[in-house]
Design a protein around this ligand. Structure first.
Ligand SMILES: Cc1cc2nc3c(=O)[nH]c(=O)nc-3n(C[C@H](O)[C@H](O)[C@H](O)COP(=O)(O)OP(=O)(O)OC[C@H]3O[C@@H](n4cnc5c(N)ncnc54)[C@H](O)[C@@H]3O)c2cc1C
Length: 388
């Protein structure tokens, strides 16, 4: 399929370089990695060796100082060939690491970023709680000052990569209300942090509940103190762009598998692509993917080296989440029973893209956010308080 975005010469060459690397080095292990539950540490080593972690992190902090467009090109090219390696690009560029690089103190960055960007360590994000999912500001995990330390109490659920992460960026409550929320860095072996038995998502990904029972961390591990929530959510838009880019990439991957199959598989004495019922399916798929791609690159291009706009990010994620899932589901249908098996990546793409419609701002919450921008006013989702 023709890429629908105009890149500069350098960006096009970078994309070609990443694509070639993905096809030759990551393609052969893509199916195996997809069906292994853990983090793809082997890919992390290879991708760090190609300087593809920390792309948008400033050179002064050990990153590449590139724009969000280059990071999106990288994640799309890698995920389109090897979805699990795309998750590594997410963790090393778009996830908690970006928030950490944006707001942590110079000392904390100097201590953690070198290993994170070398693919030797991994940062998870502890935001969701059993009673605080979409309503994230209801989070209850507390951070209380004790001398020079902070003591954490509470619990986090659903954290991506939690069985493998070496440290977590944890959203905590220093005090009441939205203004009391900030974030801290917690090592996996911090005293008082217990990591639960891994649970399975239907995609085969695993997550472990995090339990903080008088978990003690040094005061220097505060990344954002009280009042940091707005900043956290602004940088979380980068995470959403990575989520959208992978959803799009997996839709494109499944589309490619289905297209190749439709050109070669014969039924009723003719290739599948000669049936109009399937031609129209492919036309619909192409439109969904192209539209999502344009919206994704709009958000990335406007961000340049900064943080993406909330509206453009929400629109891009919504379009890419829907396109990724709908296209991979249709692609699986084109592949027939073969697509329903585990010998192709189509079913895997469908399950992963389904999860991203919930993760990182569900499609319903994205629509709420978009509507607020449309009407330029805030619509509280809270139940009205009864009049006295
Ligand atoms: C694959 C995956 C990876 C994840 N990774 C992480 C991670 O790394 N770190 C982390 O902290 N969390 C992670 N999460 C958790 C994710 O952030 C939450 O699942 C998400 O915020 C939704 O919360 P919930 O699942 O509790 O659903 P709920 O908030 O209980 O919502 C249930 C349903 O109601 C809808 N809904 C809720 N409120 C509204 C509203 N006001 N208007 C309309 N619809 C509404 C939701 O969209 C959803 O469909 C991950 C989840 C998944 C699936």
């Amino acid at each position: 399929m023709v890429v629908s975005v105009d890149f500069s010469e350098e960006q096009a060459a970078f994309g070609q370089y990443v694509r070639d690397f993905a096809v030759t080095r990551l393609g052969p292990g893509a199916l195996r990695r997809a069906h292994e539950p853990g983090y793809a540490w082997d890919s992390a080593t290879m991708l760090a060796g190609q300087h593809l972690l920390g792309l948008t992190i400033p050179e002064a902090d050990g990153g590449q100082g590139a724009t969000l467009v280059e990071a999106v090109i990288a994640i799309q090219e890698i995920a389109r060939v090897c979805p699990k390696s795309g998750d590594v690009i997410q963790a090393g560029n778009f996830g908690a690491v970006r928030t950490f690089a944006e707001y942590a103190s110079p000392d904390l960055k100097a201590k953690y970023l070198p290993d994170l960007l070398a693919g030797r360590t991994l940062l998870g994000l502890g935001m969701s709680e059993p009673e605080a999912g979409s309503a994230v500001t209801d989070l209850r995990t507390t951070a209380t000052a004790h001398g020079a330390d902070y003591v954490l109490n509470g619990s986090k659920v659903f954290s991506t990569n939690s069985p493998d992460a070496t440290a977590f960026l944890v959203y905590v409550r220093f005090g009441p209300g939205v203004g009391g929320i900030g974030s801290v860095l917690v090592d996996r072996d911090a005293p008082g942090l217990t990591i639960g038995t891994p649970a399975d998502f239907i995609s085969g990904e695993q997550w472990s509940q995090l339990y903080f029972d008088d978990c003690r961390i040094p005061g220097s591990h505060v990344v954002l103190g009280p009042g940091g929530f707005k900043k956290q959510i602004s940088s979380f838009n980068v995470e959403r762009i990575g989520n959208a880019a992978r959803a799009l990439a997996l839709g494109q991957l499944a589309f490619g598998l289905a297209k190749d199959y439709a050109e070669t598989r014969q039924q009723f004495g003719r290739a599948l692509c000669e049936f109009q019922g399937l031609q129209w399916k492919f036309a619909d798929m192409a439109v969904k993917l192209d539209a999502a791609e344009l919206l994704l690159y709009r958000a990335a291009a406007h961000a340049a080296t900064g943080l993406p706009d909330a509206y453009e990010t929400a629109v891009a994620k919504l379009a890419a989440n829907n396109a990724g899932f709908e296209v991979s589901s249709d692609a699986l249908q084109v592949l027939g029973a073969l697509g329903y098996g585990t010998d192709t990546l189509a079913g895997y793409c469908m399950l992963r893209t389904r999860g991203w419609m919930i993760a990182g701002g569900s499609i319903e919450m994205l629509k709420n956010r978009i509507a607020e921008c449309v009407f330029d006013r805030r619509f509280s989702q809270r139940a009205p308080v009864a009049a006295p």
